[in-house]
Write a protein that binds this ligand. Structure first.
Ligand code: UD1
Ligand code: UDP
Length: 363
């Protein structure tokens, strides 16, 4: 039987693949669902599969924290064995993680076509592991599902080998599909201590693995002219602990640190907050979804999401404490002029990708 394998490995991949899994199922395309194991804590992985009511993965790999090289190598080895056993016609990967590159490499070396969802993003910041992963994956994919024209242009400039399609980003589908459920089910607002707050996240390696930047973030949140609610990524918690500042950070009055949240709770916080302060990729996109529409201060030196900046949502503010605090003050005083439409599509990206797969692979 001809099948399509959908591979996920981290929190954002599960969220962004959820609408596509549903669309493939609705179109009766035989599906193999695989978790390659990059994220493994319940609240970074299985929680999302359950909450988003996805099927139980047909195959799951158990991987623990290793160096980037070992992590990538182990996923290649696992995926090669699995692909030989299951022989899918197409492997779909999403985004720019080590698991994405590892899976795409394993597939292409066995002659299995790769479809890259969210192809063509470029930060032009070569310190970032994500920039290596997305560039390499784009060049070994047969089908490149670019979310925007900008992403398509990046791919054309690099003369990629595969076929390019502009589809929108499935994260907008995810917001539209889940926010109404989140508003009914989530109780997160009952436990958050502040009525008005900024929502913060930070986990990028080039930020939190650098003690100066990590401290800048914490100090900026402590001095912010609005309380900050901060669901903390395990990588960041680990770095704070290693540097023996986690206990101190927990005592900051203005700052409410939470464990990584489920998607429904996080959606409700995005909808309710005054602004988002983040180095996340996906959150920059979600903030542009019409039911969310929130200003985003990007605490990084670059973004691979320039569309969110152009549409008035995002601002790249850098990683220095004073610049972050000033940007928060400015955003509170002068509300941003944000487009009524998301540059990442209308919530039909998963339908678009499914239609292309049906046509190209004759399902
Ligand atoms: C990875 C991706 C990043 C993505 C992010 C989503 C790469 C290079 N990075 O970053 O692009 O934005 O996922 O959240 O692929 N950890 C746990 N439990 C987990 C997962 C991670 O404790 O379930 C801790 C471990 O200490 C681990 C560290 O976080 O060593 C880093 O995890 P890793 O998956 O390598 O990178 P992320 O920072 O999560
Ligand atoms: N998210 C979540 N709970 C959290 C923090 C984030 O559900 O506590 C969601 C968020 O809505 C977005 C995704 O996780 O869809 C972003 O993941 P992350 O920032 O880890 O990765 P990135 O998008 O930067 O690759």
């Amino acid at each position: 039987m001809k099948t399509v394998m959908v591979v996920v490995g981290t929190r954002p991949e599960i969220i962004k693949m959820a609408p596509l899994i549903r669309a493939l199922q609705a179109n009766k395309i035989p599906l193999i669902f695989t978790h390659c194991g990059q994220h493994y804590d319940y609240n970074m992985s299985q929680q999302f599969i359950e909450e988003l009511e996805l099927p139980k993965p047909d195959f799951s790999y158990k991987l623990r924290a290793y160096s980037q090289g070992i992590q990538t190598a182990r996923i290649i080895t696992y995926m090669e064995k699995l692909l030989k056993k299951t022989t899918p016609k197409l492997v779909l990967v999403e985004g720019d993680t080590n698991g994405v590159l590892a899976t795409a490499l394993a597939a292409v070396k066995l002659g299995v076509s790769v479809g890259h969802v969210e192809a063509g993003l470029r930060s032009f910041d070569f310190r970032m592991p994500e920039e290596h992963n997305r560039r390499l994956t784009d060049h070994i994919s047969s089908y490149l599902f670019a979310p925007t024209e900008t992403a398509k242009n990046n791919l054309e400039k690099e003369n990629v080998w595969g076929k390019i399609y502009v589809t929108g980003n499935t994260v907008i589908d995810a917001v539209i599909q889940h926010l109404p459920i989140a508003k009914k089910k989530s109780k997160i607002l009952e436990s958050v201590h502040f009525k008005k707050f900024a929502l913060a996240t930070a986990h990028r390696a080039e930020n939190v693995d650098d003690l100066t930047v990590l401290k800048n973030f914490v100090e900026a949140f402590a001095e912010a002219p609005i309380p900050v609610v901060y669901p903390m990524h395990p990588r960041t918690k680990k770095r704070l602990r290693q540097n023996k500042i986690y206990a101190k950070v927990r005592k900051i009055k203005n700052l409410e640190i939470l464990s990584p949240l489920g998607y429904l709770d996080f959606l409700v916080l995005m909808e309710k907050c005054e602004m988002i302060i983040t180095d996340s990729g996906g959150i920059q996109e979600e903030a542009t979804a019409p039911p969310i529409r929130k200003p985003v201060l990007v605490i990084r030196l670059s973004t691979e999401r320039p569309e969110a900046v152009k549409a008035g949502f995002a601002e790249v503010v850098g990683v220095e404490k004073d610049k972050i605090v000033k940007a928060i003050e400015r955003t509170l005083k002068q509300p941003k002029k944000m487009s009524g439409k998301s540059p990442y599509g209308d919530g039909d990206a998963a339908e678009n990708i499914t239609r292309i797969i049906k046509e190209e692979l004759d399902f």
